[in-house]
Every structure is written in C-alpha cells, then in structure tokens.
Ligand binder design. Structure first.
Ligand SMILES: [Zn+2]
Ligand SMILES: [Zn+2]
Length: 799
C-alpha cells in the first residue's frame, strides 16, 4: 500500500475527529495555499553543451536561468526561492560551464554543514564532467587527500570553519587555486545569522582579501531559503552589492495548512509530575518544571502521526529536539501496533548524526512507501533530498517563518495536494501564532540579521586577518571602514597587533584562537563520573543555571544529579539519581546603562536602544518536592559573577501612568516582569533569533532610568543585532506581546503567556493582567504623534 487513501481535507477531518469530544476544535485556522504551475525557459546559449547533456533534464525553470545568467555575466547574485525549487542548478550552470570552458579556472563551494557539501559533491560527481575533479575539503579529509586537492581539484567543497581554520591561514599553499578562483558559491546562506553569521561575514572578507592578493576576483553566487530582503542580507554577508532573484518558477502542488492548538488539560496537581516524560526540555533544562496547562505538543504530534499513518498517508513530523523525535516515533509505533500488529514498523525516527547509509536507507524507504511515517529533527531541513510527502506535521513553531515554509515545503508531490499542520507548543510565541494566522500567512519572511560591526567579532577577526597577511590602510575599508580603523587602534594599544610602516602585524607565536560558533566561552561537557561517558554539552551561558552543584539534570528522560561543576575545565560530573525533588536556581542580575544610542520620547513612556553592562550571578538554588512543589530547602552556591557588555532595548513608564492604568504600586514588579517574559518570547517574531539568545530584566525602579523599566538585551557579547531589530519594530513587537498575553485562556499566567522556562527568579512575581495594562500604556503613548530627535546628548528622564 503506497498510495494515499485520503485527500488533505479529508485527512484533516479525520485528524479533527479524534478530539470531537473536546468543546473547542483544536484547529484554529485553515489556510489554503493554491497550486502553482511551473515556468520553464529555453536553455541559454552560453551553457556548455556537455553540461547540458550530462544534466539530462528538460528545460530549466525561469528563476534558475535568471540567476545563472547574472552569475555568468559576472554579477554577484543571490537566488532565494522555496524548498526543492532547484537552486543548485542556478550555480551549477555558470560554475561548471566556466570550469569546462576555461581549464585553469577554479571554484569554491561553501555550505554550513559537511553533510550538505557531501550531497553536492555526489551531485556534481554524478555528472562525470572531465577535468573538474570535485572534492570535499573538511575536517574528515586526510593529509594526503588534502595535498592532492590543493594541487588538482578545481571545484573544492568546504564549510566556513574549514575556510577559517585551514584554508585561509595556509593561503600560500592555496595561492595557485586562489589566483584562478572564478566563483565562490555560498549555499544555504540564510544559516549565517547572529554572531556566527557576523563571524562568517568576516571570513568571507578575509577570503576576498587573500584572493585579491593573488589577483583572483571571484563572482559570488549565493543560495538562500526565502527570506526578507535577500539581496541586503547577502550583501552584508559578503560586503559587496548583490542582485537578487526571488520569483520562484518551479511548480508546486496545493497545500492545506492548518494551525492546531492542543486542548487545555483539566487542572490537576499530578500533571506537573507526569510532564517530564514528554518534555522536550530534557537535554538538560532540569530547572524547568512549569506546571503543564495544555496537552503536550509532542503527545499531540504523536497521535496525529498515528492517525495519518493509519489512514495510509506518507507523513513527516518535524520535532525540535532529538529526544522529542524519538518520543513521537516510539509513541506512534506503539499505538499503531495496538491497532494493527506490525503497522508500527512503518514508522521511524530520523536525526542528524545517523550514518550516511542509514539516512539514505530511510529516505529510500520513505520514498518507496515501505515507510509511511517519519519523525525527524530539523536535520532534514538542510539539503536532504526528500520531497513529495502527503502530509507534514510541525511540532512547535520552528523559530522563523522561513524555516516553517521550508518544512511545510516538504509536503506535496508535483501536481498532488498535501496537508501541513503546525502544532503549537506551550509557549507565548506559538500561542500567538495559532491565533494570529496573519502573522504567518501573507507576510514576508524574516530578514536574516547579522552585524559585522560587532566589536567582539571584528576585533578577533582582524587578528586572524593580520596573522594571514599584514593589514594595510586600504584593507580597512573592506573590514568596515571607521569601525575597523577604531578596532585596529584598540588592538594596537592593547598589544594584540603591532603597527609598522607597511601595516598592522600579528607578531605572536601561533594563530589567534577564534571559534566561529563560540558563544562567550567553551561549552561545558556533562560527564557521568562512574563510567566517564559524555552525556552531552551545555552552552557556556546556561551552564551556571543548569549544571551548578546539586542540580538535577535530565538526559534523554534519565535523571542525573551534578556532583561537581568545574568551570576551569568546563566539565560537570554527574551521577544517575532519581531524587524526589527538582532544583530551581536563582540568579541575581544587575544591569548598568553605559550609553543611549537612540530613543523615542513619548511623554510618560520612553523607548531606548543603547549599550549596557549586565552582571549576573547564580547565587542559590531551591529543592522542591516533585508533585506538590513544596520547597524543601534553599542552598547557597559559590559561582563567579559574570559580565556581559551588550546592546539592549528598553522602555520606561512613569509610575503615575501605571497607576492611572489601574495597576497598584505593589503589582508594578509583577506586571513589568510578566511583560518582560512575554516580550522576550515574542521577539523571535521580528528577528531571526530564539528566546535563548535574549535576556531580560525588569524593575519597578532602575537606578539609571529612575523609573519602572523593562530591559531586553542581546545575550551575546557586543550584541548580534537582535536588540536593534526589536527597537526598530518596537510597536509591532509589543503589540504582538500584548495580544499573546491577552488571548491566553489561562487565569493567572502560564508557559503559553507570561511564564519563562529560563527565569532566574522562579517566575515570581508575575502579574498577567498588569502586564497587559503596562503594554497598553506603552503602545498608546508610542502611538501618539510626537517629535523625535535623532541622537540625544542627554536622554530624558520620564515625566
Ligand atoms: Zn497563559
Ligand atoms: Zn523572570
């Protein structure tokens, strides 16, 4: 049985039927995305005939030819179209034609993952083109292979980390390759965002500088998922003007897209204790034990997968965590076997890290119909060729509309109709989205945010550049002009660089130690003391909260207790133990305003963007009895204070305005705190970040603002562009925040609205109703016509 028995509308009715008993339908919205016919165009005359023959495909799509022709003519171009729209051909045509017609030319292909580079290598090798000699060059490449590749390959496929650590520092050995470099392909370029993206932007500038040194002048071809302003983002990434091609001419089947909110659970003291089994947070967030209010999205997804498979539908479920994907597959298998023994075998879990052979086997089985259901992490999102499914279930908003469309794009065979369902998790952003379909449909996808001027990225990158070749005055333009000049001056004063007549030099032994994916320190390894087994890693920023001595740490549903956190070695030693309590760390956060960059003076309300210093310290933790939540005791901790200089957005409201809005002064802290949590939860709607990238602080009176204030700050040193984005879209962002809180059906606040899984104060105090009033005041005042100065000498104090 490989054909589906049901069309999407019918399938949706079957899925809905399971909750017919519930008072409210879990389906909050159904959007129909109409089918689109494909538009082909003739092959352009410049494409090498041998390439055209090897490709053996009918006429190319219009967008492929438009982008390929621009690149062929030497224009830097980005093609930003949907999943499975054949973006590879847009760069394969100009690059391979050039390699076939100019036997000296070389090309470099950069992808964010090794797996994607390997897929591309297979695709190009299959064409069997003479003299191209494509090869991947990454951490797995042996020494002998590396020598051969440098000398003979004309199409090298690599990743930014290898470029940064291997190719650029050893550029003299790549001189001949760089001199002949005709094209640089940057695939999946939307992956380069935030701090990582800012680093990669400088790696590309370093590549451009060295290529120019050897007289190479490559044309850049970038491929991106659909994203807002792709030309702008691509241009920030490579530092050059870029043309864009965005009109997708590939055919697409119609999709019925449903938004699904799991039903509320009846209140029960035991529900919290039952939650961890289906918690996606196991991965370490042991301090997270918010009372469960809705049926878990994982549970709901497992049931929908079960029903879809039982109906003979080829279905893929996207789940954010690996553990979650395994839970969904296991539950669905069990239910199916109960219904029809043996049916469970047609469901599997899939994750990054599977061996290539295993992945191919699963893909093959799904395409052939041997497998009907698959639960996957978003490992499938990058470059795996799997399309033509009948239904896609998306468990939890994947963070961006761009990812959402990419995942939903897996559904739909050419000509066929498909179903996509977004299942909301217990989270303010998800809740908002399932009740505001207009925020998902008919809106452009997010801009990819990155900030090459971040001094914490720029400084280290300039050191890398200087270690590759001295930086000249002329180079400073490439790295950002005035900000680079300023950074080089600072680096010279601190002794990192040395000024000589011919430029700035790196004169230290060894290369600068710079990690592109670093997030303010090394990740902490979680090791089981008795076996020495590495259970996982926790990023540096979260390690104090999650891995302090005594913390209960969940790993794949198994409970461990931390015996020792060694920060010097970045290791936490744990032992398996199932205590009757959960642990809740308390963090004291202090924030100092260093300077205001921009502000809006709206009478009793002020909206600000500026530089801040955040100091934080995890000072103690509580042990609470599982089930009852009763506090057993509070234990002190001896962890160091941490400093973060970053960028923040904040608003102030005068106490008089808060009181006029009906908030009692005693409720100011709870109202502001609740507004802060929800605002952090909703920011990913505006910027390509997730809530773990952002921190917050709220207070009824802040020493620097002398008013009730809510701060939301970028969690990365120097900022990654998220606070700027929040400031630029403040009214829209806070309106969505207000609406998310107001629309939540809970009484006094829940994880879907104002509770936060990462609160350092145990979600106390929180005042849900007050938060709506605070935001009403802010939005009303911001909405009044006013005069806006550009750059203040002195920010105003609130009235
Ligand atoms: Zn709520
Ligand atoms: Zn909090």
């Amino acid at each position: 049985m490989t054909s589906t028995a049901f069309g999407p509308a019918e399938l949706l009715n079957r899925l809905r039927a399971r909750s017919a008993a519930a008072a409210d339908s879990p389906i909050t919205h159904v959007e129909r995305v109409p089918p689109r016919p494909g538009r082909t165009v003739p092959w352009p005359g410049w494409v090498a005939p041998s390439l055209r023959e090897s490709l053996a495909i009918p006429g190319p799509w219009e967008h492929q030819v438009a982008a390929a022709t621009l690149a062929h003519e030497g224009t830097h171009v980005v093609v930003a179209t949907g999943t499975a729209s054949g973006k590879s051909l847009a760069y394969q045509l100009p690059v391979l034609t050039r390699l076939l017609t100019d036997e000296r030319a070389t090309a470099l292909y950069i992808s964010p993952t090794k797996a994607l580079a390997a897929d591309q290598l297979r695709a190009v090798a299959r064409l069997g083109l003479d003299g191209v000699r494509p090869a991947t060059y990454d951490g797995d490449t042996s020494r002998e292979e590396r020598d051969w590749i440098r000398q003979h390959s004309r199409f090298v496929l690599t990743n930014p980390d290898m470029l940064h650590h291997g190719i650029l520092p050893g550029h003299d050995r790549w001189a001949s390759f760089l001199r002949r470099l005709a094209y640089v392909v940057i695939d999946e370029c939307h992956a380069y965002r935030g701090v990582f993206g800012s680093h990669v932007a400088h790696v590309i500038r370093r590549l451009r500088r060295l290529a120019a040194r050897y007289r190479g002048a490559p044309t850049f071809v970038l491929a991106s998922a659909t994203s807002g302003d792709p030309a702008g983002a691509a241009s920030r990434l490579i530092g050059l003007p870029v043309a864009e091609v965005t009109s997708d001419a590939s055919p697409r089947g119609g999709v019925t897209f449903a938004l699904w909110e799991p039903p509320l659970l009846p209140p029960s003291p035991a529900s919290a204790a039952a939650a961890p089994d289906f918690s996606e947070m196991s991965g370490g967030l042991a301090e997270v034990e918010l009372p469960q209010v809705r049926r878990s999205a994982l549970r709901e997804t497992a049931d929908l997968l079960t029903d879809a498979v039982a109906a003979g539908t080829r279905t893929l479920a996207f789940v954010r965590s690996r553990r979650g994907a395994e839970v969904v597959a296991t539950v669905a298998r069990r239910s199916l076997d109960e219904a029809v023994p043996g049916l469970g075998a047609r469901v599997a879990a899939y994750r990054a890290g599977y061996l290539k052979e295993d992945r191919r086997e699963i893909e093959r089985a799904l395409l052939s119909g041997d497998l009907l259901g698959l639960a996957s992490t978003n490992a499938l999102e990058l470059g795996v060729d799997l399309v033509g499914l009948d239904a896609v279930l998306i468990c939890g908003y994947p963070g961006t509309r761009a990812s959402l469309w990419q995942q939903a794009g897996r559904a739909g065979r050419s000509g066929g109709e498909a179903l996509a369902v977004l299942i909301a998790r217990d989270d303010p952003l998800d809740t908002y989205l399932v009740h505001h379909p207009e925020a998902l449909f008919g809106r452009p996808v997010e801009m990819t945010v990155l900030d090459p001027a971040n001094p914490y990225v720029l400084g280290p990158q300039l050191c890398c550049a200087a270690s590759e070749a001295p930086i000249t005055e002329a180079d400073l333009e490439l790295f950002g002009g005035d900000v680079a000049r300023e950074a080089v001056r600072g680096l010279t004063e601190s002794g990192a660089l040395r000024r000589r007549p011919s430029g700035w030099y790196w004169t230290h032994p060894g290369r600068p130690d710079v990690d592109l994916r670093g997030a303010g320190g090394p990740p902490v390894s979680v090791v089981e003391s008795s076996t020495g087994r590495l259970l996982g890693t926790v990023d540096h920023g979260s390690s104090h909260m999650m891995l302090h001595t005594g913390a209960v740490y969940l790993h794949q549903g198994v409970s461990f207790v931390v015996d020792d956190l060694n920060l010097d070695d970045a290791i936490a030693l744990v032992r398996q133990h199932e205590p009757e309590w959960s642990t809740h760390a308390r963090e004291v956060v202090d924030l100092t305003v260093l300077g205001v960059r921009e502000y809006v003076d709206a009478g009793p309300v002020g909206m600000f963007l500026g530089d801040v210093e955040v100091t934080s310290q995890v000072v103690s933790y509580q042990r609470r009895r599982i089930g009852s939540g009763e506090v057993i005791d509070t234990k002190p901790l001896d962890l160091p204070v941490r400093d973060l200089r970053t960028v923040a957005v904040w608003f102030t409201v005068s106490p008089a305005a808060l009181e006029a809005a009906g908030i009692e002064p005693a409720d100011f802290p709870g109202a502001l705190h609740a507004a802060e949590h929800a605002a952090i939860g909703l920011l990913p709607l505006m910027a390509t970040c997730d809530r773990w990238d952002i921190g917050g602080l709220s207070t009824a009176n802040h020493a620097d603002t002398e008013a009730p204030t809510v701060f939301v700050y970028d969690g990365h040193p120097g900022g990654a562009g998220f606070a700027e984005r929040a400031y630029a879209t403040a009214a829209e962002w806070l309106r969505a925040t207000r609406s998310a809180i107001d629309a939540c059906g809970c009484e006094t606040g829940c994880p879907s609205c104002v509770q936060s899984p990462k609160c350092g104060n145990g979600n106390n105090p929180l005042h849900k109703e007050g938060a709506v009033s605070v935001l009403d005041v802010v939005l009303t005042e911001l909405g009044r016509p006013r005069r806006t100065p550009d750059r203040p000498a002195q920010p105003p104090s609130p009235a």
